[in-house]
Design a binder for this molecule. Structure first.
Ligand SMILES: C[S@@+](CC[C@H](N)C(=O)[O-])C[C@H]1O[C@@H](n2cnc3c(N)ncnc32)[C@H](O)[C@@H]1O
Ligand code: SF4
Length: 380
């Protein structure tokens, strides 16, 4: 396999002011914690990765969480500085900060520290929904935060969660139109997932929360596509919409197209070439265990697993099908050393879920609702 041209860094900052009831990311309450030990561990982890991989220019840096917008500009400056020192940046890198709206007073200084893309976790423009989602902001603050982000001159994106309890299709369409009229170039629109072990999962089990059924969710998904298309924000991935090609998340595109990235910070995942073999790394979840591992071994890995061609191909199928550009059939068949399941493919084409065009497999609008199932069947 040729070495992918693009290289990224995912940096996980796991602390949050409070824990949202739907969230199953690797997160911890920030209250009373000194950020310093974790900052030092992450910087050492970046250095440890560079020692193993060598210097390689970074195209995209994604500061995700958790809530990395809790970090002061001086902290962000140190983290970006460490990436620069140990790896170096490619020309015009994309540096994204996942930001909670209530942190908007810090946006300008965070951008001065080197961030050039702000991804705002708005989640809803409806006060009752925001309360139910356990968020600290209301809709007015979300609008202020989006404007503050745009005023910094950085690229701006926002996340919304839909298919919420009791959400009426017309209300969702209105909310989405409002979002798309704000000064953003990109939106990520996620259907609410009830994740095991969360407060929402417990509420569903106790019959205190009733998320929409799959038919209702499918209707909301169709509305999402129609409203975004009409507003000039077509989907380039199942949940991601951009105004134009430069507005796409280059970091996420790197994940979806089989690029290499290191994962630093508690619980972060990476995909890197070690001795020429594509390897999945995963850091320890707990911040203390993570920091102790970095001190002991130079990197924070709990696991590093060489991936075989089948696993790499399965990832390529799953990711490729999610993209508007689709999946290069010949390339993935060469990678796995055998054809995709032809009978399954014919069924999906007949059912109007999949199209093959100039050697690329693309899901239709209907097929996108079943992406995971279709990927699994094609992989056989
Ligand atoms: C790592 S999370 C959160 C980033 C940031 N701390 C925030 O809360 O805005 C990234 C995005 O995942 C989405 N998300 C998290 N949990 C979800 C769930 N259970 N269902 C759907 N979307 C979810 C949210 O839209 C969120 O903005
Ligand atoms: S949704 Fe964001 S703020 Fe809420 S717990 Fe998850 S990472 Fe933290």
């Amino acid at each position: 396999m040729t070495v992918p041209a693009r290289f990224g860094v995912y940096l996980h900052w796991p602390y949050c002011a409070r824990i949202c009831p739907y969230c199953d990311f690797n997160v911890y309450r920030a209250r009373g914690r000194d950020p310093e030990p974790l900052l030092a561990a992450i910087i050492a982890d970046i250095e440890g990765h560079a020692q193993r991989l060598g210097r390689r220019p970074v195209d995209t840096l994604f500061l995700g969480g958790g809530t990395p917008s809790l970090l002061e500009a001086a902290h962000i400056d140190r983290l970006i500085g460490a990436v620069e020192r140990y790896f170096g940046f490619a020309a015009a890198p994309e540096i994204t900060l996942e930001s909670n709206p209530e942190d908007h007073a810090r946006f300008a200084s965070q951008v001065r520290a080197g961030v050039n893309r702000l991804s705002l976790g708005v989640q809803a423009f409806d006060d009752a929904a925001l309360k139910r989602l356990g968020r600290a902001h209301d809709a007015a603050l979300a609008r202020d935060a989006v404007r503050a982000a745009a005023d910094t001159g950085a690229r701006a994106s926002l996340d919304l969660i839909y298919a919420r309890e009791g959400q009426a299709p017309e209300a969702w369409a209105r909310e989405l139109r409002e979002a798309l009229a704000l000064p953003v170039e990109h939106v990520s629109l996620y259907q609410l997932t009830i994740e095991e072990g969360t407060a929402f999962a417990r509420a569903v089990a106790r019959q205190k929360l009733f998320p929409p059924d799959s038919d209702r969710a499918a209707t909301l998904y169709e509305i999402t596509q129609a409203v975004c298309d009409a507003a000039g924000f077509p989907a380039y991935e199942i949940s991601n919409h951009a105004k134009d090609a430069p507005a796409r998340s280059r970091h996420n595109e790197l994940y979806w197209t089989g690029g290499d990235w290191i994962g630093v910070g508690p619980g972060a995942h990476g995909r890197i070439a070690l001795d020429g073999v594509r390897t999945a790394t995963k850091a320890f979840d707990g911040p203390e265990a993570y920091a102790a591992t970095v001190r002991a071994h130079g990197v924070g890995w709990e696991t590093n697993e060489a991936l075989d061609a089948d696993v790499i191909a399965d990832e390529a199928i799953l990711m490729g099908l999610r993209l508007d550009t689709g999946l290069d059939r010949a390339a993935v068949e060469a990678l796995r050393g055998r054809a995709l399941d032809a009978a399954a493919m014919a069924d999906f084409v007949r059912e109007g879920l999949l199209r093959e065009d100039a050697g690329r497999l693309r899901l239709t609008a209907k097929g996108r609702l079943l992406a995971d199932h279709i990927a699994a069947r094609l992989a056989g």
